[in-house]
Design a protein around this ligand. Structure first.
Ligand code: ADE
Length: 251
């Protein structure tokens, strides 16, 4: 997969691919990363990429010409079928389903805006607008990094144990179950006995029940969007029946 980021700050993107899963994916050749800097497409001595807004008001607006020229170069170098995605709080909300869809594409061009906004005419070259949440960042770079991290870890071979991706929160539209490792006993509590039992069927049921229960407690709207299978229905009902109302997490 080829990821291209149109950004004034390529060093931010380099940080993501310098370590961790994203870094390893690049080292293994699973993902190719390129940045195109709109500043390289300016023609004035100050290499100006922003200007005052028409109509007045505070802040600066990113100029149309350098951004469109940068997107054009990114498009030319991208594989066919690569969409241009603008990061902005006005976009569709990013989620795991979109991450999965992007991971199947040959490439992605992510356009990170800066300053107070981007000249609206840049949208003529954009296929989709994408938001990572209802808050305003100072630029699209962090949002682009969030999207790339979520996508790259889904590429086959990026994560050591493919099952760990399959069991992530949201993979099945449910929140993740709790996890434990050694020590078995700690001042803050002990590991649930079922996880030490070696009974794989019971462990699977417990994990599924915890996922259902957590989702019911913390993100009930996710459950409203799905039809539960009979086993899931009864596990969730048992969780609700046994809930400790004094515990914030039903523990
Ligand atoms: N740029 C600024 N804020 C953003 C957000 N919440 N999502 C995506 N891009 C952004």
């Amino acid at each position: 997969m080829r990821l291209t980021v149109v950004t004034l700050f390529p060093e931010l993107i380099d940080a993501l691919f310098g370590c961790g899963i994203a870094g390893r994916a690049r080292d293994r050749g699973l993902v190719e990363v390129a940045c195109v800097n709109p500043r390289d497409f300016t023609h004035d001595p100050h290499r100006t990429v922003d200007d005052r807004p028409y109509g007045g008001g505070p802040g600066m607006v990113m100029k149309v010409e350098p951004l469109l020229a940068a997107i054009e170069v990114a498009r030319r170098e991208a594989p066919p079928g690569t969409p241009v995605v603008m990061l902005s709080p006005q976009g569709r909300r990013f989620d795991q389903g979109l991450a999965r869809g992007y991971a199947d594409l040959p490439g992605l061009i992510l356009v990170a805006g800066r300053y107070e906004g981007v000249d609206e005419r840049v949208m003529s070259a954009v296929d989709q607008e994408l938001s990572i949440g209802d808050y305003v960042l100072s630029g699209g770079e962090l949002a682009a990094m969030v999207v790339m991290d979520a996508v790259v870890r889904l590429l086959p071979g990026a994560v050591g144990d493919a099952m760990s991706c399959a069991q992530d929160s949201f993979w099945e539209g449910l929140l993740d179950c709790p996890h434990y490792t050694r020590p078995e006993v700690h001042a803050t509590g002990r590991v649930p006995a079922v996880l030490l039992s070696g009974d794989h069927a019971a462990i699977r049921r417990w994990r599924l029940q915890q996922s259902l229960g957590r989702t019911w407690l913390r993100r009930p709207s996710l459950l409203a969007e799905r039809v539960l299978e009979p086993e899931q229905e009864s596990l969730l009902q048992a969780f609700i029946d046994n809930i400790d109302i004094d515990s914030p997490d039903g523990g």
